[in-house]
Design a binder for this molecule. Sequence first.
Ligand SMILES: Cc1ncc(COP(=O)(O)O)c(C=O)c1O
Length: 393
Amino acid sequence: MNPIELEQQYLVHAYARSPMALDNGHGVWLQDTEGNSYLDLVAGIAVNALGYGDPELAEVIRERASKPYHFSNLYHSEPMARLAARLVEATPFADRVHFQNSGTESTEAAMKFARKWARENYGEGKTNIVAFSGAFHGRTMGALAATPRPKYQDPFKPLMPGVRLAEFNDPASAAAAIDDSVCAVIVEPVQGEGGVHPASNEFMIALRELTHRHNALLILDEVQCGVGRTGTFWAHEPYGILPDILCAAKPLAVGLPIGAVLVTNRVAEVIRPGDHGTTFAGGPFVTAVADVVVRRISDPDFLQQVRNTGAYFKERLEEINSPHIQEVRGRGLMLGVQLDIPAIPLVQAGYQKGMLLLNAGPDVLRLIPPLIITPAEVDIAIDRLSALLSEAA
Ligand SMILES: Cc1ncc(COP(=O)(O)O)c(C=O)c1O
């Protein structure tokens, strides 16, 4: 059975899939069904942080596979409780966590929590949420309303009301949007889909001050940039500010579906049984895997290695002698190469060079490899990228 032909016939064509069917992998390398090998600089869109074929993950999956993988949130289970403790211990601002199944559900839950928190504390009328240009918070109706891109929003209007937009990295624009009717501000410390744009220190500090001044919550969406990706466990750590809510997902269980919303006690205390929930979230199989992932990635030596390899990757990208590179930006292993040519043809040409690449918008190459990539593998990536750029028109 040819998976590409079957996909053409039987799947809803909601994705522009690449022309190969991936099958297996080891370390930072993936193989397709034809036996071709690819250096993976995508990591399943910032998910496969520990690469492929990790023996400890295989072991925990084997161990859990013979036990039930679902009990329901009607009952307690040890892996969920252990992961909750581990996540909260790794997150200085947080007191509690609520599990979800995906990134969009995490941002959705965060917005619901913020509205309930404001209603309980300040009464009716404090329901507005401020989001920013270039943001991506997910595709469900609440998250979509905070993801201001016509291509994503227009076919599905009307949007959830109560979302205001301001300019990313513009404190004055944020100040104009944030008033006492606002219950929360949601922002990515490093915008991923929007083109790999780190928030400036000034902007993040202004958001914390403005949210304090107007009794609003600060929600950080670390679905893409969190869990070690930028070289600190959370991407907001270098800014020296603490949020009220943080959303995480993608790499938490390195490919099994999970999301997590970390909150302070003052947020948690307004959420009561029945307020919000979902069938699968926090199941024993996925949380047992996530527990290993969080323990491994929060290790200071692991994070140091991400910083070192990320700095080396950035330096080597800056050395590439191509007139098409306008800027290299990002932190840790979340890097963006701003081009003066379209990125998608390069992504496609990358397959012939044995490399998986991703764009972020029309003219940015986004490099988000597994966090275990070595300097020697970065060298291979640089050789292949240099060749690709030298052949670009
Ligand atoms: C910052 C951010 N938030 C939310 C999401 C949505 O996550 P999911 O695709 O798991 O729903 C994404 C996905 O790319 C993201 O990058």
